[in-house]
Design a binder for this molecule. Sequence first.
Ligand code: MEV
Length: 422
Amino acid sequence: MKFQELTTQERIDQLVREGSLGEREASVLAEGPGLPTAMAANMIENQVGAFPVPLGIARNFIIDGRPTSVPLAVEEPSVIAAAGNAAKRCRDTGGFVTSVERGGLIGQVVFLGHLERPEAFLEAHLDSIRKVSRDAHPSLEEHGGGLRDVCVVTYPEADIVEFRLTINPGEAMGANVVNTISEAVGRYIERASSQLRLLMAILSNSAPLQRARATARFPFSQLPASGMEGSLVAQRIVQAGRFAQLSPQRAVTQNKGIMNGVDALVLATGNDTRNVAAAAYAALNEHHRTWTQWDVQNDCLVGVIDIPMPIGAVGGAISTLPVAKTAMRILADPDAERLMGIAASVGLASNMAALRALVTRGIQAGHMNLQLRSLAMMAGARETSQIERVVSVLSQDVTHADLSRAKAVLADDMTGLRWERA
Ligand code: MEV
């Protein structure tokens, strides 16, 4: 049976059989949202509950030669099916090939005041700044991270001097590491200079040096849809990609579709979705409106994504939330670089699926089944059999499928049948 045809428990059992899950993680999934009240109460202030989002698996991914089940946490129907569907279409050509740059995060240590010779000041204090940074986070260097670079930027018009730190966060996402080091360096410099008063010390969420790239080749033979040949679908996808580069309005929508997959992976693994969004959008400008590019080469549609991806594999919610740990286990406990490559691959797959649907039969046809399911649930259906009965009746006349009809079908099977015949 196909994965999507199994029950939730059968899917969990299959992941255990495939070795993606141990019995303990399987029980975390089977037991429900997996956020003990005591843990939730200690994660945020004024906690009153938890807000569960469904966790699903996008299948069919091959990423750098490895078959990969991708856990995605998302409330929007179709995102998981679409990503898995696109991933299937590039399996024969090797799936997704990724490359990652983890060049460090930026910390901004900002002062009010003026330095006569800022470069000379930095040179005189560089060794001490390095020591302060090491002492602020001793374990970071043991894990291969730490301060990599410091430069000084002056803003004479505002009487502001910035010391810009580049910090390798090791395997962590890095916000805490960078903020801790930046604050310590800020205190040191303030003590060392009579002319500077610390204004702030904080991570910059722009992450131009933490980037993930992924490429995939989709043979024309994998692309036909709605009676269109694969080569035509490929050309139309290339044109759609160009349109996103030309039209800011379209680019915003295309980028939202890419984020459908990226964000769902980032959330599932306990990483910070806002951080990734801030960094990714910061990389865009009028010459570069979107993160993907589509071309045709050797009877294949070739997609490339290049996107800032400041995520980590340890620390914070990644290492504490039971469901996030389970998601990491499903991904075979990737290191930060592999996780970044997986996120980029899911973004590319989401974009490919959306573009193929848009330039062929349109987006609504594929969404309809899940929309009818959500209508059935809004009408009050809870049992799978009830939901399926409502969907099956409504799908016979989708143009008139609305909440009142869904309620009518649910209230009385015969009412539904009579409506269907009317
Ligand atoms: C919907 O969530 C995302 C899409 O609008 C993306 C796109 O248009 O490329 C389908």
